[in-house]
Design a protein around this ligand. Structure first.
Ligand code: NAD
Length: 297
């Protein structure tokens, strides 16, 4: 089976490398030539554009930043849709608005082809290991056809419902992560201001009810003041914007998400948009005129 890959960024590049390692024939395209050359060296064929990639593939994967990029690469001139063969399958693994997935899927199906939305969680380290969590939306029979391919890139591959359900699940994930980071920031700063070292708080509570994967991953970064990404604040803003837009469309109210969105927007306005999302703690530090840096590192 021939696979096409459009989008070779932080995530798409290691995912492509894992597909090549697993023995799949891969055709690639990205507007960034440097990324294309890096993957081509490992044996991938280079497509002239997204249309050319689709013409040469049975399954086309897209891994792009947001809805407008996916619409441009799939529905635009020389895009995937122009090149898709009958019965070809588009698997969009980007994190985009669920309503955009539904809209793109309609165009794909009108050409006698199929589409799944399949965003991921886990970030660059898990993309490299091939242990991402993949949340899929679409027809069960189409899901079965590409499940083996997805299993090369992910440890957990779950069909969540119809088209768009993968991205709805991903938005739920992003809301939970954002709110956890804000809760952690608020609590650690409370401790510091009241005279208890944040490292001590972490050690004392990490195995209790408040403990979480977010706490394990982000507390050490906050205490060290290390905000190298990771997952950039501007990408998390994109996800929260999609979550709020979707919430408004379907009548789900999200007051906590709105608050954390404002914190992230404030950080972006202050030049921190490229930092890791754990930098939300900087917002609290600014308000309290204190940091969560440990007294006993
Ligand atoms: P990225 O910005 O590193 O990569 C995106 C790539 O798409 C770039 O190489 C860019 O040149 C290319 N591109 C943009 N428009 C294009 C077009 N029209 N045609 C061809 N190529 C085009 O982004 P990323 O970090 O790889 O993220 C991709 C998606 O995965 C996003 O939706 C993101 O939210 C999601 N995601 C990222 C992470 C993470 O930790 N980075 C984790 C989980 C999910």
């Amino acid at each position: 089976m021939k696979i096409g890959m459009v989008g070779l960024g932080i995530m798409g590049k290691p995912m492509s490398k894992n597909l090549l390692k697993a023995g799949y024939d891969l055709v690639i395209y990205d507007i960034n030539q440097e990324a294309v050359q890096e993957v081509a060296k490992l044996g991938a064929l280079v497509g002239a554009n997204s249309k050319d990639v689709a013409q040469k593939s049975d399954v086309i994967i897209t891994m792009l930043p947001n809805s407008p990029h996916v619409k441009a690469a799939v529905l635009g001139e020389n895009g995937v849709l122009e090149g898709m063969r009958p019965d070809a399958i588009l698997v969009d693994m980007s994190s985009i608005a669920p309503l955009a997935s539904i809209e793109i899927c309609k165009s794909v199906e009108s050409k006698g082809c199929f589409m799944l939305d399949a965003p991921v969680s886990g970030g660059e380290p898990k993309a490299i290991e091939g242990t991402l969590s993949i949340m899929v939306g679409g027809r069960p029979d189409i899901f079965e056809k590409v499940k083996d391919i997805l299993s090369v890139m992910g440890k957990s591959v779950v069909l969540c419902g119809d088209i768009g359900a993968g991205n709805t699940t991903k938005l739920a994930n992003q809301v939970i992560v954002a709110l956890n980071i804000a809760a952690l920031s608020e609590a650690l700063l409370l401790g510091k201001k009241a005279g208890v070292d944040p490292n001590v708080i972490f050690e004392a509570i990490r195995s209790g009810l408040a403990g979480s994967t977010v706490m394990e991953a982000k507390t050490p970064l906050m205490i060290d003041g290390n905000f190298k990404p990771g997952f950039r604040i501007e990408l998390h803003i994109k996800d929260l914007a999609n979550a709020l837009e979707t919430g408004h469309e379907v009548g789900a109210h999200m007051p906590l998400t709105s608050q954390v969105m404002e914190m992230m927007q404030w950080l972006k306005s202050n030049g921190k948009g490229s930092e890791d999302h754990s930098a939300v703690v900087r917002y609290y530090e600014e308000l309290a005129n204190e940091t969560v840096r440990s007294d006993n590192p």
